[in-house]
Write a protein that binds this ligand. Structure first.
Ligand SMILES: Nc1ncnc2c1ncn2[C@@H]1O[C@H](COP(=O)(O)OP(=O)(O)OP(=O)(O)O)[C@@H](O)[C@H]1O
Length: 258
């Protein structure tokens, strides 16, 4: 078994208990890109399965995009560690065609399509949960990107129910990206790169909003090393009555009148 830091295991254990992510009898399909995040997720669940008091099943699934990706080493890696694994080959890249040439939101296209394949596989094979490897840096970057560029305040919850009935879980949501990178480095595992989306493996740069947000957060953290602790606390201490949403404010007034 790979060496998993106690910090990651206990953080994931606490997140799991707090949000009831994985429970007795769950069947969890794990999105496994081969990147450091989903790799850590896979090995954390593998360990959890061995030590947890409750029984659950999981399986790793890798979606390819029809870009000539070499993913056999991921299948070999899973086999070596006794983890069930499936590769789903798709033509997402071809479908994206025009969008990628115009460089218009191809990342979200890849992500939406990939999600679709993961959901379909989960539903067809009787899984009730889909686990993704998003971490705290992802949640914060996503929040600030939406805040600064899209006019919404939204992020990535540890658990939610999709319209198709599947529950999507993010067991690493309180882990820092650097902890996950350290896990891959320490175990000398060859991981797939950190690109924000597969199209970037070719010639497209990291999307501007993401790059700017990442940089900004890194600068702020250099000034205030506790900033992620505060942001994480803020995400649990959300006070909608202090914003401008009229329905929310009306709801509060109506509640007070009752
Ligand atoms: N090709 C894929 N096949 C299956 N699941 C995937 C694939 N790509 C991403 N995922 C899942 O979606 C999650 C989020 O993907 P995204 O590309 O945003 O993450 P990432 O930060 O690059 O993560 P990773 O290091 O795991 O690649 C991943 O952690 C993984 O669980």
């Amino acid at each position: 078994m790979l060496e998993l830091s106690k910090k990651i295991s206990s953080l994931v254990g606490r997140t799991n208990a707090e949000y009831e992510l994985i429970k007795e009898g769950d069947k969890v399909l794990v999105g496994f890109s081969g990147g450091k995040d989903s790799l850590t997720l896979l090995h954390t669940l593998n360990r959890m399965k061995k030590v947890a008091q409750y029984d659950f099943d999981f399986k790793a699934v890798t979606v390819t995009y029809g870009m000539g990706e070499q993913v056999q080493f991921l299948a070999d890696h899973c086999k070596e560690h006794g983890i069930e694994h499936e590769i789903i080959d798709t033509q997402i890249f071809e479908l994206a065609g025009e969008k990628i040439r115009k460089n218009s939101s191809f990342c979200s296209f890849f992500s939406r399509m990939r999600r679709g394949y993961l959901y379909t596989a989960a539903l067809e094979q009787g899984f009730n949960k889909v686990a993704l490897g998003h971490h705290l840096d992802d949640a914060m970057e996503s929040f600030f990107m939406n805040f600064f560029y899209n006019g919404t305040m939204r992020s990535m919850p540890p658990i939610y129910k999709a319209e198709n009935g599947l529950e999507v879980i993010r067991p690493l949501i309180f882990c820092r990206e650097r902890q996950l990178r350290a896990f891959a480095d320490k175990n000398e595992i060859n991981v797939i790169g950190d690109e924000a989306c597969p199209g970037m493996r070719f010639d497209v740069k990291m999307p501007h909003a993401r790059a700017t947000t990442k940089e900004l957060l890194a600068k702020l953290e250099a000034d205030n090393p506790q900033i992620f602790v505060s942001m994480k606390a803020a995400f649990k201490n959300f006070q909608p009555s202090t914003f401008f949403n009229k329905e929310e404010l009306n709801r509060i007034i109506e509640d007070e009148e009752v």
